[in-house]
Design a protein around this ligand. Structure first.
Ligand code: SF4
Ligand code: MG
Length: 330
């Protein structure tokens, strides 16, 4: 199948008084229709920025300085604001960490749903109300016929995030960008909301880009995962392969954050050190100061994504140009 979303060599800059910071550098990946792609990494790796760039909501002065973003083969990274707003409502839904940022406290949830549905799907208010109640039911809200006329503050945090999911899906979008959608919620209901998000998107035929720092969530939810480090994609591949046969030493380290499934499995070592600041990205492979397997070439030359055992990894360990590898081994 042709990709639903294509991110090609995306570059995002932040001009500052002391020079330009490169926050995303040559980020590329695809999302297929109906697919769930996880984007994982430490804070500051660029995962939220990637999501914001896709939905056209980069916070100024951040700006796209190169590359392109295509939805169903058409560029969306260079559209005027009003056209992008229409795409955001109709074709791409967004879910953020805090449900309150997506809801208007002054309107009933029904009014907000109906407004989105009538605007984007051209239904009558009466038809839209029926669809609004269906969506609330689909997201597991009890007594949706009564709840539809309530205000956001009358919902608990978890119920409110269900409303936000319903709202994101209201215009029947092809893609949902969800940025840490459960971080603000009680731990006890996080898994439930993630499972719900996945199920409802499947039912509605929407693909999901799920941004999270939680490898456990990725493992349970995603088809594929992109691991980001210092503004770049370090590794990308099918989720089980990335977890069980990672091709990038950084990913191996991240796996230490998944709770062991059985007692016998040894916990992987946590990675020492911190991700570099954007003002001080190391030369060569940005991970080399923390990498237990770094060798000479890693300091000098930046690796692009290349074929690893079962994934694509930006790591010289998978270079097929043998002379260099031999040279470094010798
Ligand atoms: Fe480690 Fe070198 Fe691979 Fe970077 S390129 S992850 S430093 S081995
Ligand atoms: Mg973030």
């Amino acid at each position: 199948t042709a990709p639903l979303l294509q991110v090609r060599h995306l570059r995002v800059e932040f001009p500052t008084r002391r020079g330009t910071l490169l926050a995303l550098d040559d980020v590329s990946f695809d999302i297929a229709p109906g697919e769930v792609l996880g984007v994982v990494g430490e804070s500051g790796a660029g995962k939220s920025l990637t999501g914001s760039a896709i939905i056209g909501l980069l916070e100024p002065p951040g700006r796209i300085a190169g590359g392109e973003i295509l939805l169903e083969g058409k560029r969306i990274d260079n559209l005027p604001a009003d056209q992008m707003r229409r795409i955001r409502g109709r074709q791409i839904g967004a879910i953020f960490q805090d449900p309150l940022t997506s809801l208007n406290p002054l309107y009933t949830v029904g009014r907000q749903l109906v407004e989105t549905i009538t605007t984007h799907l051209g239904l009558t208010p009466k038809q839209a109300r029926v669809r609004a109640i269906e969506l609330l039911a689909a997201t597991g809200i009890p007594a949706p016929e009564a709840r539809v006329d309530q205000y956001p503050h009358q919902f608990s945090g978890g119920m409110r995030q269900r409303v936000v999911i319903a709202l994101a899906l209201a215009a029947d979008p092809k893609l949902i960008v969800a940025d840490e959608p459960t971080t603000a919620l009680d731990v006890s209901i996080q898994a439930q909301i993630i499972a719900l998000l996945k199920r409802v998107c499947r039912e509605q035929g929407a693909a999901v880009m799920l941004v999270t720092h939680d490898m456990g969530v990725i493992a349970e939810t995603c088809d594929r995962v992109a691991v980001m480090y210092a503004g770049r994609v370090a590794e990308i591949g099918p989720v089980q392969e990335v977890i069980h046969r990672p091709g990038h030493p950084y990913t191996s380290g991240l796996m230490g954050s998944i709770p062991a499934m059985d007692e016998d499995r040894e916990r992987l070592v946590q990675i020492d050190g911190a991700m570099p600041r954007l003002t001080a990205i190391p030369t060569g492979c940005a991970f080399h100061p923390r990498c237990p397997r770094a060798f000479d070439r890693c300091h000098r030359q930046r690796p692009e994504l290349m074929k690893a055992a079962a994934t694509d990894a930006a790591c010289w360990l998978h270079a097929t140009d043998l002379t260099t590898v031999q040279g470094d081994v010798a």
